[in-house]
Structures are given as structure tokens and as C-alpha cells.
Design a protein around this ligand. Structure first.
Ligand SMILES: [Zn+2]
Length: 501
């Protein structure tokens, strides 16, 4: 008790007596285990190059999952009993699929252009076969006027292959407006740029294995190397066509054939479950995504802030609650600390959990989600410590009030509600893992320190993390959790679930 008292006295230095009387000295004692040193020690591992940007399903993400499991185990948090198809101890495994270009070819009378040899790029999947006997060439100035519905259109790119991706967006829109069936782009230098690797091929988005693919609409777009277009037309035609200023109809004869392929990606959420005492059937969930975007062109996207910062905050809170429990001060309600995967692919780990919950959602009191809390954005440069609070009042006024109270008593941050505006053009409320809980009616908060110049760049590194701020923000989440888990009445959700706008 002496130590509690001492901490309280230290903490209350300069704090008005009325406020100080409300401080929970037990909570403060365990909050003290959340340190900048520990946050840094964990982040230096998880955001190191050895973790290869923690891309969902890849070795770096698996390695991070093992690191988190080992850390929770070392804290004395036991694994969840294994239940077939539900949990594997500390892991909730799930499978994602990606629809990919499988084998794609263009067959002419005397030649076959093969995927990744002469054809390198495809915008939409083409399923099955169809034969083309008429092409509309758009001419040197790419004139779409006069293109008829369902036409197969040929155009030549005059821009370098490095600009292909951004150009394709425009051309695809044009092809869509013209209701073309297939747009063939002849791109000079395509082979050199994509050098027999499918790294730059846009694949379909990852989705849950148990959901149907999204129906594809709009034009199909294929890019072929400029040097091979001749093979699709009568000999010598391509050279002649390129001199043509005006759009022209040309006859052609080739068959497009495509067998789409599917890639399976196996990944996992990590679960640290701290069982409560007299209200253990009720649950407070803490989430942060531990995946990031991996490696691109040899550069590791370390994701120290996104979302290494949230992940290490979870580790530190897990340790604090585990220590409290070991000393007989465990939470009354249970706490599930869950670093999730698949966030960067479309909030897929939290989506899977919320559709296949390990603990009943009707007993889930709240989700507090952290996604990037280690930096300062330009709006707050040179100003006092702050945090963006998103969603706290959308489903429960009480959650909002508890978070504000915890901040007043324990964290002293400036709470910025800019991104909580219903008409926030960034739509951040829908863009992190809390939303998968909110959509199920579970009151949620998204804690965020904003975007910065290293957002989704290989330079989102540990050296740029402000550990004092990271700790201070973690304390806010910790004390809010403490209150949610320990107060007599479960918080009330007094507002209806909103449909995404
Ligand atoms: Zn993120």
C-alpha cells in the first residue's frame, strides 16, 4: 500500500487535489510497467528488416506472430484452449484467397503470345476464351469517338512503361465510358520493365476464403509488348497502322484464353486472453494490426508507426494487466488483447474475428483499437501532446465520457476529434480494425496520431518514433481499458449502428 500511496503522491504533484482524489492507485501502479524502454525494445525487433515488413501470409508476418506469442507466453498469459477451427492456442488462423491471372494467352493462326513472356499486364480477369476478328485502332491521338459498344480496342502507348500504371487508370476509364469489351495496349519497353516477374501485375484483392468473389464489371484490359503486336495482325499491318493518324477498323484473328488461378494465403490473428474475475464472461477487446505491406523492389517497409506502434502498445498493456492479475488485481471483466493480421489488405483479420468470434460478441463490451500512435503529424508540429479520437461517441456516450475522464486523470493529452466528424473526407472511421466491431454494434474507439510523410513508405522506421508520446498515448488506452473492465455496470450502447456512408 505504501508504494501505491507514494506513486499517487508523485503523480499528484501539481495536480488539483479534487482530481487526485479520483485516481486509482492500483491502476497507476501497473501503468508504471508501461515504459518507453520496453516499447522501444519490442519495436526495434518487430520493425527491423528481419521482419520483412510483416506482409500478410509471408514469412515476416509469421515471424512477428511467433514473436508476439512468445512475448505473451513469457508474461504468463496462458494460451486459449485449442478448439478445432476456432483457435490454436494463441493463434486464430484464417485463410484468404486472391484471384489471380492464371495462364493467359493470345493465340493467332501461327503464334501464341504467352503470359509473362509477351503479355505482362492485365487489369481485370478474363475468364475462358473468345475470338477476336475485328479491332478498332484508336489512331495516333487516341481518339475514342466512334468506338462501338463491345469493341476490341487497340491503342499504342507513347509514354514510358514506368508510367503504365497511372496511365492505365485513365485508359480503363475511357474504355469503360466507351463500353469497350477489351482494351489492348501496345506498350514499348514492357518486357524490360516487367522482366518476367509478376511482381507488378495487379492481382485481385485478397478476400476471406469463405466469401464469393466480387463480380467483375467493366472493360478487360491487357497490355502487350509493342514488339509483339504484329503477331496479332496480318503481317506488316502494325507498322502501317502506326502511321495512321485517324482511328481505323482492322481485321485480326486471335483467341484470348484465360484460366484464372487462385492463390491461398494462410495467416493468423494473435490472441492474449486475460480472464476476468467476477464478470469474466464479459470482455473488453484491444486491437492493433501487426501486419504491414512487406517488401517492394528490395526495400523493406518496416511499418514502425503503422502499426508497430500499436502492436507494441498492446504488448505493454498485456504485461501490465498480466502483472496486475498475478498480484491479485486482475480485471473483473476479461480482456482480449488481439494483434490482428490482414489489415493492410482490407481489415481482413478483424473482419474474420468479428464474423468468427472466439468469445461471444454479445458479451463484448468494447473494442479499443490502436493504429499509428507513435508520431506527430503536421497539424500538431511543435504543439502539445495530442491524439486523434475517432468513433468514441458513435455508439456509446458512456464510452466517450470514460475515455475523456481517463485522459483527464492519467494521460493529459489534447484529444483531437477532427477525424470523428461524420463528414470526414478521409473516412478514417471506416478504415481501421475497430470498424469491424462497430459494424456489429460494439462501442469502439480508434486511437491515431495522424499520417505523416513516411506513411506507407520504406522510411516508416523506429528512429522516427517519439517514444514519450507513444507511452503517453498507451496510458490513455490502458486506463480507459481498466475502467471498462472494472466498473460495476457494463457500458451502455445508446446509439444505433450507422451504415457506412
Ligand atoms: Zn495501419
Amino acid at each position: 500500500m505504501r508504494i501505491h500511496h507514494l506513486l499517487c503522491v508523485l503523480y499528484c504533484w501539481g495536480v488539483p487535489a479534487a482530481l487526485c482524489a479520483q485516481l486509482d492507485s492500483t491502476a497507476l501502479k501497473y501503468a508504471a510497467s508501461i515504459t518507453t524502454d520496453d516499447l522501444k525494445r519490442h519495436l526495434e525487433v518487430l520493425a527491423s528488416d528481419a521482419y520483412e515488413g510483416r506482409d500478410t501470409g509471408k514469412e515476416g508476418q509469421k515471424k512477428a506472430a511467433r514473436y508476439l506469442r512468445e512475448a505473451f507466453n513469457a508474461m504468463g498469459i496462458p494460451a486459449i484452449p485449442v478448439e478445432e477451427g476456432i483457435s490454436e492456442g494463441y493463434f486464430q488462423p484464417f485463410t484468404l484467397v486472391q484471384d489471380r491471372s492464371g495462364s493467359l494467352s493470345l493465340t493467332t493462326g501461327y503464334d501464341t503470345l504467352q503470359w509473362l513472356e509477351d503479355l505482362f499486364y492485365i487489369q481485370e480477369n478474363i475468364s475462358g476464351s473468345f475470338t477476336v476478328d475485328q479491332l478498332r485502332y484508336l489512331g495516333r491521338s487516341n481518339e475514342w469517338a466512334g468506338t462501338t459498344k463491345d469493341a476490341v480496342v487497340l491503342m499504342r502507348s507513347t509514354a514510358p512503361a514506368t508510367e503504365l500504371r497511372s496511365n492505365l487508370r485513365t485508359w480503363t476509364d475511357q474504355a469503360r465510358s466507351a463500353s469497350a469489351r477489351l482494351l489492348l495496349v501496345a506498350q514499348p519497353g514492357l518486357r524490360e520493365e516487367f522482366s518476367n516477374s509478376d511482381v507488378n501485375v495487379p492481382h485481385g484483392r485478397l478476400r476471406q476464403a469463405d466469401t464469393a468473389p466480387r463480380p467483375r464489371s467493366g472493360p478487360q484490359v491487357m497490355v502487350v509488348d509493342d514488339a509483339v503486336v504484329d503477331a496479332l495482325l496480318a503481317r506488316g499491318t502494325w507498322a502501317k497502322l502506326q502511321r495512321s493518324r485517324k482511328p481505323r477498323q482492322v481485321s485480326a484473328r486471335f483467341t484470348v484464353h484465360h484460366d484464372p488461378a487462385q492463390l491461398q494465403v494462410h495467416t493468423e490473428n494473435v490472441l492474449a486472453y486475460i480472464e476476468g474475475s467476477d464478470k469474466k464472461d464479459e470482455l473488453v477487446v484491444l486491437t492493433a494490426h501487426y501486419d504491414h505491406v512487406g517488401v517492394e523492389k528490395g526495400e523493406v517497409y518496416n511499418g514502425a508507426d503503422d502499426d508497430g506502434s500499436g502492436t507494441v502498445a498492446l504488448l505493454e498493456m498485456a504485461e501490465a494487466f498480466a502483472q496486475a492479475k498475478a498480484a491479485g488485481h486482475g480485471p473483473r471483466r476479461s480482456i482480449l488483447i488481439m494483434p490482428v493480421s490482414g489489415e493492410e489488405k482490407g481489415l481482413l483479420g478483424s473482419e474474420y474475428y468479428s464474423d468468427h468470434p472466439v468469445f461471444p460478441l454479445e458479451h463484448t463490451v468494447a473494442d479499443l483499437n490502436i493504429d499509428m500512435i507513435g508520431r506527430t503529424d503536421s497539424a500538431h508540429a511543435g504543439k502539445d501532446p495530442y491524439i486523434y479520437i475517432i468513433g468514441s461517441d458513435r455508439l456509446s456516450s458512456e464510452l466517450h465520457a470514460i475515455n475523456e475522464q481517463a485522459n483527464r486523470l492519467y494521460a493529459g493529452l489534447r484529444l483531437d476529434y477532427t477525424y470523428n466528424a461524420a463528414d470526414d473526407p478521409n473516412r478514417f472511421y471506416y478504415r481501421s480494425d475497430h470498424y469491424n466491431f462497430a459494424r456489429k454494434g460494439i462501442p469502439s474507439i480508434f486511437y491515431f496520431s495522424g499520417v505523416h510523410e513516411d506513411y506507407h513508405k520504406p522510411t516508416d522506421d523506429v528512429e522516427k518514433i517519439e517514444f514519450d508520446r507513444l507511452r503517453q498515448r498507451t496510458l490513455l488506452v490502458f486506463h480507459t481499458t481498466w475502467q471498462l473492465a472494472n466498473q460495476e455496470q457494463r457500458i451502455v450502447a445508446d446509439k444505433p449502428v450507422e451504415k457506412p456512408r
